[in-house]
Design a protein. Sequence first.
Lengths: 493, 231
Amino acid sequence: MISFDLSLLLPITLLLPLVTAIAGRLPAPWSERSHLAGATAVLAAGLGLAVGVFAGGPLLWADLLYADALSALLVAVVVLVGWGGAAYSIGYLRHDVSEGHLVAVQQRWFVQWYQLFLAAMLATVLVENLGLMWAAVEATTLASAVLVGFYRTRAAHEAAWKYLLICTVGITFALFGVLLAYYAGARALGDGEAALSWRALVAAAPRLDPGLMRLSFIFVLVGFGTKAGFAPLHTWLPDAHSQAPTPVSAVLSGVLLPCALYAILRFHVIAAGTLGPSFSSDLLLWFGVLSAVVAVPFVLIQRDIKRLLAYSSIEHIGLIAVAIGIGGPIALFAAGLHLLAHAVGKALLFFAAGNIAVRYGTRTMARITGAARVMPVSGSIVLLGALALAGSPPSPLFVSELGMLGAGVAAGRLPTVALLLACLALVFAGLVYHASRMAFGTTSARVLQGESRWGAALVGVPLVGLAVLGVFLPPPLVSALQQVAAVLARASL
Amino acid sequence: MVGLWHPEISAILAPAGLARLIDGLAVLLLVVALVGVATYQLERGVWLVGAQALVLAAVAFTIAVATGALHVYAAALLTVAIKVVVIPTVLLRVLQRVRLRHESEPAVPAKPAMLVAIGLVLIAYRAAHELDLPGAVLTAHALPVSLALVLIGLLLMVGRRRALSQVLGLITMENGVYLAALFATYGLPLAVEICVFFDVLVGVLLMGVFVARINETFASTDTDQLRSLRH
């Protein structure tokens, strides 16, 4: 048997979306076929990479690409949700073209920008150099801004402009933070690329200047936190996630936000090595709590289904940040589980909501009733998915929220836990209220009934998978999440 | 080589008087940025941003001469090529396409903006003094000017209504951060440098495309019209 150097999967996983992006420019139907084929290839490569890292330890390629457990988790999330979005986008774009929302040639542009977007996110989590990671994060903003403004309506332009500008401002602040870390690293390690290497900086963390690292982390947190949707820097998020085409919204909510958080976490581990765990952990905790709190009223009074899901994403990213801020093996395990489950759950909720919105011709929730009868699978998934997202068992989010709150109590952070419980309860009520009003009831006869098998399968199968995970976590997954926790735990030693 | 804030470097720079030159260039950069605050004609604003980049390139070139580091020469060249030539050309072409060449911001008195800008400069100098960064501060105006540029850029972005003015504010901010990079660490490693420039270039290109599209959809690039999305 030919031995295969697993580290080759690193550049392969990065190159495949780029190849797919080019192949997507072929005339239809080759464009659609190559999109699906390419996305499947990316899925295989990414999952292979993730499994390889979880089974055999971190992988390094050409001193440029590096994947440890944290990267592997994010790669898995990117390729899974990326594949789902690609598969969903085929039918979704066909419908948009036939309805006249888009011109036929735009479908090919969509494939190109979508795959470039995925490639940029993969680059973010796979490059080892912090400066290149910064460049990759900015690249994700650029690629996704085109996708946010894809429909070229007034609202889409407004959303895309706000997104592009606010996030680029944030990323400029983050550049200043990267620069300060580079300066600190150069003083300890000498000039050149070594001073921006994550592994080198983590190893040299105790020797780095504390004042510089403190400043650096603050700028990085504010800068990349803008991209991650932390309140009060989140104002671009509901617009961008609701105006974008549905498959893009799923990726923005489920994948891009965690990627931005990932960038912060790389600095968190370094800063904790220099300053001790509490400085960066506390900052993450407070931003997380603030995000969760700010999201609550907007979830309750929401009228647009996609904005509802967008605000829910802000809350969930806040929860993940809180879990990481609390620290300790249980909370960190919960953070990883939450990240994974939220990505899948939010994606399939967006798909179901997208199906419903397209059928009813509106995103306003008050005008959507009786969805469970009109589209049995998507309609009921809107309700079941909302329940899962809100943390009701059997959802893995219930497990992770229990874990992080329990760890919070054990760490003595009782007021924080009480506040979060209140937020979770209110969001639960809000989500269930909105979802049940949409799912139940009667509907006008003008709305077509029935649902395509493909569309139903795309949202039905992952939901079943999620429900299973909420009850039983297979040992390989447990071990993988523990490895992720171990990477982050270097920050709480 | 760990940046101009290291005491050993003063031995290289002092004889050539280059330190004073760099200080002068930093102040010149600040002046150009302040003139930009007082400028309401979009076309003139683009020229001023190009002038900022030219001064920035001069700073990079001076540092390159002082240290002889090849990657700083490369940084200076990239700055000239991309930020002095390409980006202003792109922005001027966008202005032409949307026929906003002679457009300017809606009539707003210049005095309050200038006062705020000068206030921000004072805050920047104070903050730089407070920051207490390790290593001897060789040129007194390096860090304050870069902080001031960031704040002035933010002011432009928040206070202006034309979409293109917001882009100019963003570029000013980026110039501020880049100036800090030049002073602290002689720029970034070359590979990172190239990626950063590429990102900035593509970013401005995309923003230019968006300005044109916003103009088509809204029949103006007044961002006050981009307010329909509420909660």
